[in-house]
Each structure stands twice: as structure tokens, then as C-alpha cells.
Design a protein around this ligand. Sequence first.
Ligand SMILES: [Fe+2]
Length: 304
Amino acid sequence: MIKRYSFDDVKRWKRDGAVVLKNLFTLEEIKTVHDDIAVVFQGKKGSTPIIKKHSGPPETVAEQFLNFENIPFDCSSALNLIGVHQQLISLAREALGTKYVRLYQSQAWAKFAGETDFEQSFHCDYGNHTLTVPSNDVTKNSITFLMYFSDVTEMHGPTHYVTRSDSNKISKSSEIFLNHSDNKKLQKLLSKYEKSTAGPAGTVFAYGIDVFHRATNITLNRGYRFAVTSCFKKAGNDSIGYTAWPYHQNKPWNIIFENASPEQLNCFGVPMPGDSFWTDDALKLASLRYPNWNMKEYERKAKK
Ligand SMILES: [Fe+2]
């Protein structure tokens, strides 16, 4: 595989906890995922933006996540597998310093003007990715990819962020965030370093769970933003979690099994070909569960 990201991108993610990447996907991949998201959210359209007057720091509200759903979906394999795209797996491995990564979240996320005011305050995501706090060792945390599949200008609600290197310049920023002692002041200090992830469809924002960021509002008439999230952790890292894939057993997993490589399936926790899990019984039963799954490689390696 030819990498579509650089050594410097990985270095910056490790140092700053945040990097914006523009060339990971082909135009064809971007278009197909865009069209899949339109199918998933049934052709919804944006209307007149809702722009609220915020007297203090804006709050995160449930309406900002109206169209935020787990894979798999009943659409093509493009959206179902974009979260485990080979470029993302490769980048996640380098970022987390391991050969073995697990996908623990992948959701389609559409925002439409007129649904709500999407403006948020700066926050870190670790609250619903771990029960404790982020480690100083970034490889013990995780990497989130927020990927845009529609063009995102400042009027389409791009995520804004502050690099770890910049937020570290603010005394006790992590402590203030947790104890809410002076949130208003923290927001003001962070905003001095605020950067945008705006970019054309295909733009990917890779960030850590300890990185301050916030959603911004869609202010364009009939504007919309199509995105997909994808979060990876090191295999065996029990301190990080979000989605238990088998809990969503009634979703169309066959689309994933019938189209993914063993390496992509392994990101969901499916043992690799050659793993001792694949006994004759396991192979037989799995082929009954997913009749159209091509298990040749699993069978071949089991016979060795
Ligand atoms: Fe967030």
C-alpha cells in the first residue's frame, strides 16, 4: 500500500494530538460514501439555519446528534467499510505504536441547517471513551478520525480545535475542564489558539481524546455536513471503549463480512486466518451465520 499520509503527519498527531489530512481517499470513495450517507438519512435536506444568541459558553445538546448512527447500514459497502479504510488502519497503527488495532466506534453523522444551533464549547471527548482519564502515553489512549464527505467551509460547521501543544500553554487547562471552576475563562483562553478543520470533502481530522475541540454552527442556508467517525485503540486496551459491536447484531453485518478483508474484519475483533479460534466447527458455524462470506483464506490457513 502506498501511504497517503506522511511521517510528519504521524509525528504531529503524537505531539499535538491533532492533524488535518486531505488526501487519504480517492474521489470515487468520497462520492460513494457521500451518496450512502444520503441514503441512510433518507434524503434529508438543510433549511434555514438556527442561530442562537449565546449569553455564556454554548452547551452540547442532544439535537446536535439527531443523525448520528452506528454502522453497519443497509447501503453499499463504501460507508460500511470507510471506517476501516486501509489508510486509517495503517495510520492508527503508527499513531498507537502497535501492529494490532481495534475499531471501537464508527458512526455516520449528518448535520442539517435548521435542526439546531450546532455551536459547542471547547471540550475533550474522553468522557465517553474511558471511565477514567487520558494517559500521558498517547498510545494508551486512542485515535479518532472525523471524516468529511461533503465540502465543509466555515459556513458548514467545521470542528474547531486547539493543539495539545497550545492548550498546554494554558495553566491547568485539564483541571479546569474537569472541575468547571472557571470554564468561561478557559474557553476564552483556548479560543486564542483556535484552528479550523474546514476543507473539501475527503478532509480527515485525526485527534486524541485529550484534545480540546468544539463543533461550530451551520450558518449557510440549506447547508449540510456529512461526516463519519472512526475510533481506534490498541488491541487489548480494556480502558477504552464506546461500541460493543455484537450488541448491534440486528444490523446488516453481512455487508461488512461479504466485503471486508480479514485485516478489516480483525479491527472488529474477528480473529485473523490462522488463529487457533478457527477450528473446523467454528468455520462451519460462521459460514452458516454469514452464508456469502468468502472464508477461503480462513479455511486454507486452518488446514496448515
Ligand atoms: Fe467532541
